[in-house]
Ligand binder design. Sequence first.
Ligand code: SF4
Length: 330
Amino acid sequence: MAPRTVECRLCPKQCRIAHGEAGDCRIRMNLDGRLRAVTYGLAVAAHVDPVEKKPFYHYHPGARILSIATAGCNLHCQGCQNWQISQANPEDVEAFHLPPEEVAAVAVRERIPLIACTYTEPLAYFEYTMDTATAGNARGLKTAIVSAGYANDEPVRALFRVVDAATIDVKAFDDAYYKRWCDGGLRPVLNTLVAAREAGVWLEVSNLVVPGLTDDPARVRDLAVWMRDNLGPDTPLHFLRFVPHYKMQNLPPTPVSTLERAYGIAREAGLRYVYLGNVRGHASESTRCHACDAVVIERVGYQVRAVHLDDGRCRACRTAIPGRFGGLDV
Ligand code: SF4
């Protein structure tokens, strides 16, 4: 009897995968009638970054984070900056054996307190993310994900029981954009954001502002208002500058004036912590207290120059700044 077709229920694509074939993400295969994550423990990247680069601006500022990824992704964003690994077949990319326990051991040995599952899609290489976070937790480390958030509710909530923080990239507050340019959809991403908030995971949101595609002021406002009403006004939002990549080489980089317009719209909608990313030297790089406007975290690019916080409170007015500050053991 021929091995059976299997269905993957990890993300809304719910691929039905024939024997020997892979799902749309290329990560999950039907091997002899069983669904397998074939990139498990096979890293295509392992870098030490400042946590600001993920981006996280309210999560252990200045800390180093060991950042890993496998090949593959369940979205196909046409402006992906990591397309060489996210859109590749795993067998076509050079990978190295890095099991979860080894990720945690390296972090401890190098005195890096944080791990990130990032660059491609940690929700699609789900088991590796889950086991890495668990191995990290056992060693007193914290694990974050940087994700597009396009997955089904059950695995998302399971993962949020073991990870400590998430930056979720909302491609656009526009389902048609997701379908046309990313091969995904908006609603599951919004569900993931709410699940992160409900799980108590530290959450930041990013949004790539692509000229002519995701810079519509009305959509920017929709995103900011939705965040304010569903995640709360203290959730940081990072507008990221687009630079041409992959299949969007024909578009120009985002004008700084467009990013500043988005910044103004989001602040006006009530979000307290809004940042512009990939615009080195911009005034919005630093974090200002929402109560008294004093600079509480000074940044230049991804570098933290000074932190004016005492126990997570603004040194000038004593207001608690939203985020996770201090308490790293390694
Ligand atoms: S995670 Fe991959 S295999 Fe599973 S449903 Fe999504 S695209 Fe398909």
